[in-house]
Write a protein of this length. Structure first.
Length: 591
């Protein structure tokens, strides 16, 4: 016989459901404390929301279907969770077994209601394409036309057909003051300059996406001027930057200029209003090796695109070989801007992309040349400079790109190449095993963001997106589903399940950056920023001296135009996020 207590409980629960299903929307206010991926959730994947307060602990939460206006799910909010570096506590809402596609919202009587969210397949497809389309907006030398850019169209600027050789870059055949032509390419970040180190890294990441996930990346339609030719749009876009990079190699000796820049950053003005002379500045071993690596990598991909780009593949491989030869003869020619400015005028004070070790660049370049040519001399160099542990690839530490390329092609290599690839694979697995431990206990239930060291200049890309990419590779290598879930949790963090409540991609989510440190967006007279750009993210360094709302590491973010330390965009960050979002959506949709 059922007890009276059972009936009381049943009646109480039915009464709560009746109240919630009959209450008017105005009775609950939207609460910004309820945080989740602002794009929504995949039907068959984990679904987690966070309340950035301990006040919701132990209470019931409800999920309302906005099409039927009915409560379709209820659960209990978790106990409070603490952070190792923040005095604030969070609570967790889990509703992973709500799988039906549709539009919903979360309701907690004592807290409020959430913004609406979707449960849908291909959740990241649009933001991935937008992340890739963002590179078109960064193009120099041509008009960005309304047909392709909508209201963010602009006239051509920076043709870069009269670039001056800076005294630091002078050579017998190109003395200081010589004018060269160096058009095309992408603006590097929030500024209007072009840097080989960062371009080489960026191109390498995007090419890796094409090699690792051709079934997801190559069919994407971007609506760019080259759309409709026989080549994939992603490769059409990459070509625009590769073709510029080739102009940065000195044809006499194979060395590569470090950057094409004005002496000082331009103000927040339109590109057509810029007036400073632009220079190519000093050759460096790091720029030359990044150039060699990305050119060797591109040569094998563009070999299939002879119809649209005849001879381009062979031209890039020859340039890569020549660059590598220069680097081996000049292994200590580092770019040191302050020393350069003591010797030459005009002084150059734009981004330095300085680096005092080229071991990782030698490894990446040698690995790509070995894969593309099969020549043992490149393998010997790769073995010499091989890393002892896997490191997330960033512009200043690129060995991870070489690791991933060797893993990708491991089965096609000779015995020594296979052995090196297997060594890289073991390093990667060791990394993800450590990075994925105890994430279920973290305040925002993600591998990223548990340590104050996770937050720095560009962390949304160099840490969160980067780590997500590595988790995807670990899943492919081990077939362990937890790694793909870890990748999804990092994406959830980037897109809203975090301490600031921001979706860190312009134009997406219910709260996203409106004032990025981005001269193109700031000067175009349009209220909304150009969409699809990932911004750098929380940065306790606060190098820009802006007025930050908090000094807690995961809250050190301000949506203000001057905040280059937390709110800038950059092509290297964009490449990692684009890879991450396109690959993750493809993997989750195909599984």
């Amino acid at each position: 016989m059922l007890s009276n207590q059972y009936f009381k409980t049943l009646i109480s629960f039915a009464l709560v459901l009746f109240i919630f299903n009959s209450c008017k929307e105005k009775e609950l206010e939207i609460s910004e404390l309820i945080r989740f991926n602002q794009l929504g959730f995949y039907p068959a994947e984990e679904k987690i929301a966070i309340v950035a307060s301990e006040d919701a602990a132990y209470k019931k939460f409800y999920i309302r279907n906005l099409q039927t206006d009915k409560i379709v799910y209820d659960g209990s909010v978790s106990v409070p969770r603490s952070s190792s570096f923040s005095p604030k506590k969070t609570t967790v809402l889990s509703f992973s077994d709500l799988n039906d596609p549709g539009e919903y919202r979360i309701e907690i009587p004592t807290i409020g209601k959430s913004h609406p969210f979707l449960i849908k397949e291909n959740l990241l497809q649009d933001i991935g394409s937008a992340g890739l389309k963002a590179f078109y907006y960064q193009r120099t030398a041509i008009p960005i036309e309304e047909e392709y850019a909508g209201k963010w169209h602009r006239p051509a600027a920076h043709p870069d057909d009269k670039i001056m050789i800076h005294p630091s870059a002078a050579s017998p055949k190109r003395p200081a003051g010589t004018l060269i032509s160096s058009p095309k390419g992408w603006y590097d970040a929030g500024d209007y300059n072009k840097y080989i180190v960062n371009s080489g890294f960026t191109v390498g990441v995007l090419l890796a996406l094409c090699e690792d996930f051709p079934e997801y990346a190559l069919p994407l339609k971007l609506n760019i001027p080259e759309s409709g030719n026989s080549s994939p749009d992603i490769l059409n876009e990459i070509y625009w930057n590769l073709d510029w990079m080739l102009t940065m190699q000195d044809p006499a000796d194979g060395g590569v200029y470090h950057k094409l820049t004005t002496p000082r950053f331009e103000g927040f003005i339109k590109p057509v209003e810029c007036g400073q002379q632009r220079y190519v500045v000093a050759k460096s071993v790091t720029a030359t090796l990044d150039f060699a690596a990305s050119m060797a990598q591109a040569s094998r991909i563009f070999s299939a695109l002879e119809e649209d780009y005849p001879g381009f593949s062979g031209k890039m491989l020859a340039a890569a070989r020549k660059a590598f030869e220069w680097a081996t003869k000049n292994p200590k020619t580092f770019y040191r801007q302050e020393e350069m400015n003591q010797k030459y005028e005009p002084a150059v004070v734009t981004g330095s992309y300085g680096d005092e070790s080229a071991d990782d660049e030698f490894f990446w370049a040698a690995s790509e040349l070995y894969i593309s040519t099969g020549e043992e001399r490149y393998l010997r160099t790769a073995e010499r400079y091989a890393p002892e542990k896997y490191t997330l690839p960033v512009w200043s530490e690129v060995s991870g790109l070489g690791c991933l390329s060797l893993i990708r092609y491991g089965s096609t290599l000779d015995a020594k190449g296979k052995a090196l690839a297997n060594k890289m694979k073991s390093q990667l697995i060791k990394y993800v095993y450590s990075a994925s431990r105890n994430i279920e206990l973290s305040p925002y239930v993600a591998p990223y963001g548990r340590n104050p060291k996770d937050f720095f200049w560009g962390c949304n890309s160099d840490a969160a997106s980067n780590q997500g990419i590595t988790f995807i590779h670990a899943w492919l290598l081990t077939n362990d589903r937890k790694y793909l879930t870890c990748a999804l949790h990092n994406m959830d963090y980037i897109l809203g399940r975090n301490a600031t409540g921001y979706c860190y991609v312009t134009g997406y989510g219910t709260q996203s950056p409106e004032h990025p440190h981005h001269r193109l967006s700031a000067s175009d007279g349009i209220e909304e920023p150009i969409p699809g750009f990932l911004i750098g993210g929380p940065n306790p360094g606060m190098q820009d001296n802006c007025d930050y709302p908090s000094d807690i590491p995961d809250e050190c973010y301000v949506d203000a135009e001057p905040s280059y330390a937390s709110n800038e965009i950059a092509i290297n960050w964009q490449a990692l996020f684009t890879y991450f979002s396109i690959a993750l959506d493809g993997c989750l949709s195909d599984k």
